[in-house]
Design a protein around this ligand. Structure first.
Ligand code: UDX
Ligand code: UDX
Length: 430
């Protein structure tokens, strides 16, 4: 049982803090956003993540998890402090570390005993040393500390499961003793623990995310070739996946990736390479293929409809992936904006992301269910593969549509069945 502080109660920090408290540690979660902290004290979550509300409530009740905006209070008696603040993309794709810097400074000014400072946020290679410099300079008087990199591998929508059952825990530090102490924290997870130096740990995170993004862009390029040759990319992916060296995960062709991680991490890695005068050709192609999907889906919808001006189009799903409300770099944003710009009326339904989306897409008419969105529409575009779209009453859907056109940008329906039912149907790579 250790005392832990987590700075930042976003998708990463709140899940990390709640899970560590569930393992029996005493966790104080800190955030500079007073509203978020006030809400959390009332049991209101700042984000949608399956299972999180119950996990937080149970651990608050057990006295293992509390919330504050006060650094001095949060660090009193604390041995480990995780930095889990946002690291958004800067103008040229570099990671914006202003929040990491302000968290490090606040920790330095308010620590009263030796601390292990752990970077949970995804930070560029070399940030660990940079954080150590910031802390050293900001401390009113020298107090021992060490900086450790412990990157997160949480997927939104399955973050709690991913925390409790990690493929591996990666710990990077020049201070072996500190690394071992952080390793102790993770022992209950019973997963392989990789202990290495700071820069290598930081690179493992970037390389892992960039590889997963590459895998998705690869299958999307294969999808284009499948379409040209009449092969079915879903079956191709299934056939490939049996090879353990390839693996069946992350081979779903479709609209490609969005979210707060892949886009910023691939951009940041390419930026870091260019900073050293290198030319990250694969990473640039991976991004190009990915973002072309959004433009292609609008183009295919236009050709299905014979034009977009004056048409009404229903988007099924807005969040960047199912089981989350996160709209960061969601493909739906580019698609809705392109359709509106082309003179179409856009309606949409998403099970949880509409509140977040309303602010970003004011021109989109939010509907209370997929059938309402489809009523009178000229076409449907499946943007996010929520399970509830997979079981829709397709006869009812067809009757509600002005023209039975479906652009299935996440390949959730069966082409043969859709055509039998009389839909004008287009999938990706099938
Ligand atoms: C993000 C990225 O998604 C993830 O890839 C990266 O590893 C960490 O940053 P996320 O939890 O999604 O993680 O960030 P976000 O949801 O933006 O939450 C960040 C939290 O930090 C916010 O609640 C914000 O108020 C808080 N914060 C920000 C601080 O507490 N202090 C600061 O100085 C700045
Ligand atoms: C990702 C990584 O999986 C996780 O390890 C890391 O910590 C954070 O970034 P996340 O972005 O939350 O997690 O979701 P993920 O399930 O990885 O999907 C990322 C994007 O890829 C989504 O937009 C999803 O729609 C897309 N995707 C995923 C595909 O297009 N095809 C696939 O086969 C899988």
């Amino acid at each position: 049982m250790k005392q832990i502080c987590v700075v930042g109660v976003g998708y990463v920090g709140l899940v990390t803090g709640a899970c560590f408290s569930d393992l029996g540690n005493r966790v104080i979660a800190l955030d500079v956003n007073e509203q978020r902290i006030e809400n959390l004290k009332k049991g209101i979550m700042p984000i949608y993540e399956p299972g999180l509300e119950e996990l937080v409530r149970r651990n608050v009740k057990a006295g293992r998890l509390s919330f504050t905006t006060d650094y001095a209070e949060a660090l009193q008696g604390t041995e480990f402090v995780f930095i889990a603040v946002g690291t958004p993309s800067g103008v040229n794709g570099e990671a914006d570390l202003q929040y990491v810097a302000s968290a490090a400074e606040s920790i330095a000014r308010n620590m009263s005993a030796p601390l292990i400072i752990i970077n949970k946020s995804t930070v560029p290679i070399g940030t660990g040393d940079w954080v150590a410099d910031i802390v050293k300079r900001a401390q009113p008087r020298p107090i021992d500390f060490s900086v450790v990199s412990c990157p997160e591998f949480l997927r939104e929508g399955s973050a709690i499961g991913d925390f409790m059952n990690p493929h591996r825990t990666v710990i990077g530090s020049f201070d072996r003793e500190a690394a071992n102490k952080v390793a102790q924290l993770h022992l209950p997870l019973r997963a392989p623990i990789v202990i290495t130096d700071l820069r290598t740990a930081e690179m493992i995170k970037y390389a892992s995310n960039a590889f997963l993004a590459t895998k998705i862009s690869f299958i999307n390029e294969i999808a284009e070739i499948c379409e040209a040759y009449g092969a079915d990319v879903k079956e191709v992916a299934a056939g490939m996946g049996y090879d353990a060296r390839i693996g069946r995960h992350f081979l779903d062709a479709g609209l490609g990736w969005g979210g707060s991680c892949f886009p910023k991490d691939v951009k940041a890695l390419a930026y870091m390479a260019e900073e050293k005068g290198l030319n990250p050709r694969i990473l640039h192609s991976v991004m190009q293929v990915n973002y072309d999907r959004r433009r292609d889906v609008v183009k295919w919808t236009e050709s299905l409809l014979g034009g977009l001006r004056g048409k009404t189009i229903a988007l099924f799903g807005l969040a960047f992936k199912p089981n989350t409300d996160d709209m960061r770099d969601a493909p739906s944003i580019d698609i809705a904006q392109a359709l509106t710009a082309a003179g179409a009326t856009v309606r949409a339904y998403d099970p949880v992301a509409m509140d977040a989306a309303r602010v970003i897409l004011p021109a989109v008419q939010m509907c209370s269910d997929p059938y309402e969105a489809a009523t009178g529409a000229d076409a449907v575009i499946v943007v996010t593969e929520w399970n509830e779209f997979k079981q829709l009453d397709l006869e009812k859907l067809k009757a509600l549509l002005k023209t039975p056109i479906v652009m299935d940008a996440r390949n959730i329906y069966e082409p043969a069945r859709m055509r039998e039912m009389g839909f004008q149907y287009r999938a990706i790579g099938r």
